[in-house]
Design a protein around this ligand. Structure first.
Ligand SMILES: Nc1nc2c(ncn2[C@@H]2O[C@H](COP(=O)(O)OP(=O)(O)O)[C@@H](O)[C@H]2O)c(=O)[nH]1
Ligand SMILES: [Mg+2]
Length: 203
């Protein structure tokens, strides 16, 4: 049975117009909180941790299907949007173009987008694909939070200090667009709670 948390899925460009006008999103004025990141960065795992349910598929091999998944995140009165991932190793130009088309179609149509969370692997910091995406979103004038995932995998004090220094340096280019950053691990429920707190409604 389909979980009531799962609201909708979009996989094709021609879905946007009808779906956003139609019954799925009619009267759905909740804030949208969107997650985006490189394939395998831990997006589905974070979505599940935040939603408190195993609704997003977690896999060790990067999926090639590009889709937008919409989840009802009642606890913070929002709709969590799992945007398509980018940059898996064997990605073609067609696939990259399709990612941009899906994202730009979404940004155009969803007037309730309130939060953009860009996920970065704590072990690596910004990779080329992340920089491309960060420049794409800042070019659109969007603000975002950075979510450093898999923080449990950066184990020693010295590695953590190095990562923190690297992140500070890398963030400089985006300081006008960056509203906050968070280090999370699905193994550390406190880190998930802190992120949830930052995303809770302010009114
Ligand atoms: N150690 C650790 N592994 C994680 C964490 N988050 C995700 N993973 C693992 O990273 C892999 C990719 O996760 P997934 O959520 O499917 O990434 P997605 O492709 O971005 O949706 C899976 O094997 C997850 O179990 C984390 O916080 N810590
Ligand atoms: Mg995923």
């Amino acid at each position: 049975m389909k979980s009531p948390i799962i609201l909708h899925t979009i996989t094709a460009l021609d879905q946007f117009e009808n779906d956003f006008k139609g019954s799925v999103f009619r009267d759905r004025t909740e804030r949208r909180i969107a997650l985006v990141g490189r394939s395998n960065v831990g997006k589905s795992s974070l979505a599940n941790a935040l939603l408190g349910a195993q609704v997003a598929k977690v896999s060790s091999s990067p999926g090639k299907t590009k889709a937008l998944h919409f989840y009802d995140w009642k606890k913070v009165k929002a709709i969590l949007v799992d945007l398509p991932g980018y940059g898996f190793a064997a990605e073609s130009k067609e696939s990259r173009d399709f990612w941009q088309e899906l994202i730009s179609a979404y940004l155009e149509v969803d007037i309730h987008l309130a939060e953009l969370l860009i996920l970065i692997d704590s072990r690596h910091g910004f990779l080329d694909k992340d920089l491309e995406a960060l420049r794409y979103f800042s070019g659109k004038g969007l603000k975002f939070r950075l979510i450093y995932t898999k923080w449990d995998q950066v184990k020693t004090q010295s590695d953590r200090a190095k990562a923190e220094k690297r992140d500070r340096e890398q963030q400089a280019e985006f300081k006008e667009h960056l509203t906050s950053f968070h280090r999370v691990s699905t193994q550390d429920s406190r880190s998930i709670q802190l992120l949830e707190k930052a995303l809770a409604p302010t009114v």
